[in-house]
Design a protein around this ligand. Structure first.
Ligand code: BGP
Length: 484
C-alpha cells in the first residue's frame, strides 16, 4: 500500500465561495462581496477580471444585487451545511479544508469584541465534523478580508492590519482550538502580486505615487510578519496544533533547452518559491531582496520583524496545484492562461476550456521539488478540474473527464510517495460545485457533488451525486488501492 495509513483524504472549500448569506447574522462586507460576475469573461485577461476601482466598490456597496455579485449567494452552505457535511461524510472524508470568514467574526475588522453569532456558526460546524469523524483544516485568510480594512487602510499595505488580523486569529484559536489542529495562514500567499485586491485589500487608487507594486511587496512583508505572530500565538494557545503555509505551485518548465529559456524559467520558479522560502527558512532570499531593491520595491522592514519571522517558521508546507506552464524568451511564443497567470503554451499538454494545461506528471515533479527544497511534510490542499457538467434526463451526471483527471494525478502522487516524499494528505478543490474564484462563474464546476444553480443564480440549489462522487468514495475507502 503506497498511501500512508493515516493519510488525510478530503476536499477543500473557501467561505467566500460557498457560504453565501453575505449579510446574515451580523456579517460585514468582505472584499469578495463587491466583485461581480461578468458574462463575457476573457480568461486570458485575468488582470482586468481582478481590477477594482473606488467608484466600483462604492456602487457595489449601495447595491443589494446577488445575481451578479455571485459570491454573496455562494451555494448557500450557510443554511445547508448539515446536508453538505453529511455528503462529505458519505464519501468518507477524513479531512475538510475550510476557511473562516473574517467578516463573520469581526464584521468591519476593527471591533473590540467578536460577533458571537459568527462564532456560533463555525462552532456548530466543527461539532458536527467531530461527530462525523472529519478533521478540520482551517485557512485563516482565504480572499475574504473585511472591505472596511481595504477602504480605510488600503488593506495589508498598512502595518496596522497585522494586529487586527492577530486579534481575529486569537479568537479563532481560543474558540475553535479544541476542534482544529491543522491551520493555514494565508491562502496562496503569492497571489497577492496577481490579484492584490482580493488577496490583500489593495486598491490601486489608494497606492498613490508609490504605485501598486510597492504596496504589494509591503503587504507581503506585513503578511509574513502576521504569519509569524499568528504561528507564535497558535503555539501558545493550542500547543498540539500545526501551522502550514499555502502556496500556489505554479510549476514552470523551460519551453526549450535554450539556456536563456532555462534561465528565464529559473527566475519564474524562484519568484514563486520566495513566499514559501520566507516562511520555511525564516529569512528573505538574498536574491529576491536584491531584485526588489534594484526595482525600487524594497519593503519597509521594522526592527524585530526579521527575528520574529526567523523564530516562528511553519510546521508544514501546503499548496494548490492545477496546471503547469512553460517559459520562453521568444516574444512570439504562444501564450495560454493558467491560474491567474499567463504563460507559454506547452505542446505536449491538453488544456481545459479555461485554458489551464492539464499535467499530472507536473504534480509529481512539484511534490519532489517541494520536499527536496523544504524537507517539511507536504499537504496538497487544492487540486481539481473546472468543467461544465451535463445533467442527464434521469438526474445522473457522468463526469468521466473528472475521474480521469483525478486518477492520473493520484497515480503521480503515488510515485512521489514511493520516491520518499512525506505527504500528510490531499484535499480536492472543490468537493462540491461553488463560485469560481477568478471568474465568479457557477458553470466552472469542480465538485463530486453537483449544485443546481447557474451563473445568474437560477436553480433549486439541490445537491446531486456525480459519478465521481462514487469513485472518490471508493478511492478513500481503499486508501488509494482501488482507483479503477
Ligand atoms: C485557487 C483558489 C481557490 C479556487 C481555485 C480554482 O487559486 O485558492 O479559491 O477557486 O483556485 O480557481 P477558479 O475558482 O478560479 O477556477
Amino acid at each position: 500500500m503506497t498511501f500512508p495509513k493515516n493519510f488525510l483524504w478530503g476536499g477543500a472549500v473557501a467561505a467566500n465561495q460557498y457560504e453565501g448569506a453575505y449579510d446574515v447574522d451580523g456579517k460585514g462586507l468582505s472584499v469578495e462581496d463587491v466583485i461581480t460576475y461578468k458574462p463575457k469573461v476573457d480568461v486570458k485577461d485575468y488582470k482586468t477580471n481582478a481590477h477594482i476601482s473606488l467608484d466600483g466598490i462604492k456602487s457595489a456597496m449601495n447595491d443589494t444585487d446577488i445575481t451578479y455579485y455571485a459570491k454573496r449567494r455562494g451555494i448557500d452552505f450557510y443554511h445547508r451545511w448539515k446536508e453538505d457535511l453529511a455528503l462529505f461524510a458519505e464519501m468518507g472524508f477524513k479531512v475538510l479544508r475550510l476557511s473562516i470568514a473574517w467578516t463573520r467574526i469581526f464584521p468591519s475588522g476593527e471591533e473590540e469584541t467578536p460577533n458571537e453569532a459568527g462564532i456560533a456558526f463555525y462552532e456548530k460546524l466543527f461539532q458536527e465534523m467531530k461527530r462525523l469523524g472529519i478533521e478540520p483544516l482551517v485557512t485563516l485568510s482565504h480572499y475574504e478580508m473585511p472591505l472596511n480594512l481595504a477602504l480605510k487602510y488600503n488593506g495589508w499595505a498598512d502595518r496596522r492590519v497585522i494586529d487586527l488580523f492577530v486579534r481575529f486569529s486569537r479568537v479563532c484559536f481560543e474558540r475553535f482550538g479544541k476542534y482544529v489542529k491543522y491551520w493555514l495562514n494565508f491562502n496562496e500567499v503569492d497571489s497577492l502580486i496577481r490579484h492584490p485586491f482580493t488577496t490583500a485589500g489593495i486598491i490601486p487608487e489608494l497606492c498613490g505615487e508609490r504605485g501598486e507594486l510597492v504596496c504589494c511587496y509591503q503587504a507581503a512583508h506585513h503578511q509574513f510578519v502576521a504569519g509569524a505572530k499568528v504561528t507564535k500565538l497558535m503555539r501558545e494557545i493550542v500547543p498540539d496544533a500545526k501551522m502550514g503555509l499555502m502556496l500556489t505551485k505554479l510549476t514552470t518548465y523551460p519551453r526549450t533547452c535554450n539556456p536563456e529559456d532555462v534561465a528565464a524559467t529559473q527566475k519564474k520558479n524562484l519568484e514563486n518559491y520566495f513566499y514559501a522560502d520566507v516562511q520555511v527558512f525564516g529569512e528573505y532570499p538574498r536574491m529576491i531582496l536584491r531584485d526588489l531593491e534594484k526595482r525600487g520595491l524594497s519593503p519597509v522592514i521594522e526592527a524585530g520583524d526579521l527575528e520574529l519571522i526567523r523564530a516562528n517558521t511553519v510546521d508544514f508546507v501546503s499548496f494548490s496545484y492545477y496546471m503547469s506552464l512553460t517559459e520562453s524568451v521568444d516574444p512570439n511564443a504562444e501564450r495560454t492562461p493558467g491560474n491567474t497567470i499567463l504563460g507559454v503554451k506547452n505542446p505536449y499538454l491538453p488544456s481545459s476550456e479555461w485554458g489551464w494545461q492539464i499535467d499530472p506528471v507536473g504534480l509529481r515533479i512539484s511534490l519532489i521539488e517541494l520536499y527536496d527544497r523544504y524537507r517539511k511534510p507536504l499537504f496538497i490542499v487544492e487540486n481539481g478540474l473546472g468543467m461544465r457538467d451535463t445533467v442527464e434526463a434521469d438526474g445522473s451526471i457522468h463526469d468521466n473527464y473528472r475521474i480521469d483527471y483525478f486518477r492520473a494525478h493520484f497515480r503521480e502522487i503515488e510515485k512521489a510517495i514511493d520516491a520518499g516524499v512525506d505527504l500528510m494528505g490531499y484535499t480536492s478543490w472543490a468537493p462540491i460545485d461553488l463560485i469560481s474564484a477568478n471568474t465568479n462563474q457557477m458553470s466552472k464546476r469542480y465538485g463530486f457533488i453537483y449544485v443546481d444553480q447557474d451563473d445568474l443564480g437560477r436553480g433549486t440549489l439541490e445537491r446531486k451525486r456525480k459519478d465521481s462522487f462514487y469513485w472518490y468514495k471508493k478511492v478513500i475507502a481503499t486508501n488509494g488501492e482501488d482507483m479503477n
